[in-house]
Design a protein around this ligand. Sequence first.
Ligand SMILES: O=C(O)c1ccccc1N[C@@H]1O[C@H](COP(=O)(O)O)[C@@H](O)[C@H]1O
Length: 225
Amino acid sequence: MFPDPKRRSVKICGITQPQQAGVLFALGADAVGINLWPKSKRHMPLEVAVGGLQDVAGKNALVAVLVNPDAALLDAAVSSQLFQALQLHGDETPAEVERLMKRGVNVIKALQVRDEASLAQIGEFACDSILLDAYNPGTYGGGGHAFPWELAVRAREMFPQKQILLSGGLTPDNVKQAVEQTQPVAVDVASGVESLPGSKDLLQVARFIAEARDGWVKAAGDSAS
Ligand SMILES: O=C(O)c1ccccc1N[C@@H]1O[C@H](COP(=O)(O)O)[C@@H](O)[C@H]1O
């Protein structure tokens, strides 16, 4: 299950070669994101995902990233049974999220956050999992922009029942500090661990995972002392 409320997780997002998924799981990724939005630099067509990811999908968490998907893509993604969750990263409404949930789909709603007032939108969505990304009008994600992490801390205080996932501009250099400060249930990275868009740099991925885990360990130590 992703995200698992009982476990802190790292999601590596946006591979363009299906064969990279197994390598990322072997390095310790808890989830791998497959970007089904055709305009993304990290797009993987659903047919390619279905053809190349069956083996890993049975044992690992794959997450489909979608931006304002039409009904046909949504239905095809759900019925492929490849994904443990759908990450809706566009302008999807609370009603659309609820409709999917009624179909038994595990939804992660991504929201761009600009200031404290923008956090109110979290409460409009019925899904348990909310992914916070940087405010960047006219774009949908994957741009490597961070937002003030105090907003993620505030989101957890305002909505303690939600699982808050942190994304936006995370890198091996800043993820430990981000995790320590915000203590999210999961972190998600696309551009911060790449050599080229869609091609993950394995050394950066390994460092990112280790640094994120150190952040959670440090946060647990701080709250125990
Ligand atoms: O990665 C993309 O190309 C992308 C496109 C459209 C929507 C979401 C996308 N990726 C998600 O964006 C955030 C932040 O990415 P980054 O680490 O700042 O590059 C992340 O959740 C990706 O899953």
